[in-house]
Design a protein. Structure first.
Ligand SMILES: [Zn+2]
Length: 227
């Protein structure tokens, strides 16, 4: 925690002045245009790789950037936390985009692969139960489903990319999401962050592959999304 406490003092001394006005304005209310769903992993920091500022993103982070599907489940089985965040973002904040962002070297994906043969057991009871929302991605990989990629990825990274696409499907099971998409008020996107290069990739839903977000990629993506 020392790093955090020192960081607060450093922020107060060096940066607070330039943020003072912004925070005073944000205290009156937030209007982020994007719900960002990412992994808890300490190395995935959208504020750094996407240069975002306070007020820009409404963020949900959980192990493996998972969205539990809400169909065919008893209400108690649905993760209330993510359901609440989705409803609040879509219905109250009226975000225009939802991004599910996976990443390379994800511990959850490694666990998914290595534990796929094991029964749910202590002490990983909650972890294993939670990972079942990523199981369809593993299953698709085992059945031969692949996402086209410019460079050869390791298995856990391939599954991580399939998992992003899987979680987009899960998002659509929320009526707030499907309704807003139908009314053309909302778009959903899959991103993938590569730790070793800090490159961010965008899932092209038409061609089923991940495209690097550099200047050329960004131009195409924004054009496609009507910006
Ligand atoms: Zn992760």
């Amino acid at each position: 925690m020392k790093k955090l406490i020192d960081g607060i003092v450093e922020f107060r001394n060096k940066s607070l002045e330039q943020y003072r006005e912004k925070y005073a304005r944000l205290a009156a209310g937030q209007s982020p245009d994007t719900l960002f769903i990412a992994c808890c992993d300490s190395r995935v920091v959208p504020n750094t790789f996407a240069s975002t500022n306070p007020g820009d993103l409404f963020v949900v982070r959980n192990v493996g950037n998972l969205v539990c599907p809400c169909h065919n489940h008893h209400e108690n089985e649905v993760d209330q936390s993510i359901g609440a965040a989705i409803e609040f973002a879509v219905c109250q904040l009226k975000v225009k985009d939802i991004i599910v962002c996976g990443h390379s070297e994800c511990g959850a994906m490694n666990a998914l692969i290595s534990n796929s043969q094991l029964d749910v057991q202590l002490p990983n009871l909650f972890f294993q139960r939670w990972l079942k929302h990523a199981q369809p991605a593993l299953k698709k990989y085992q059945q031969g489903f692949r996402i086209k990629s410019v460079q050869k990825q390791e298995i856990h990274n391939e599954i991580s990319q399939i998992n992003v696409v899987q979680q987009l499907e899960h998002l659509k099971t929320y009526s707030a999401v499907s309704k807003a998409i139908l009314e053309k008020k909302l778009r959903i996107h899959g991103w993938w962050f590569e730790l070793s290069t800090a490159n961010v990739f965008y899932y092209d839903q038409t061609n089923h592959h991940f495209v690097l977000i550099d200047e050329i990629g960004a131009h195409k993506i924004l054009q496609k999304n009507g910006h």
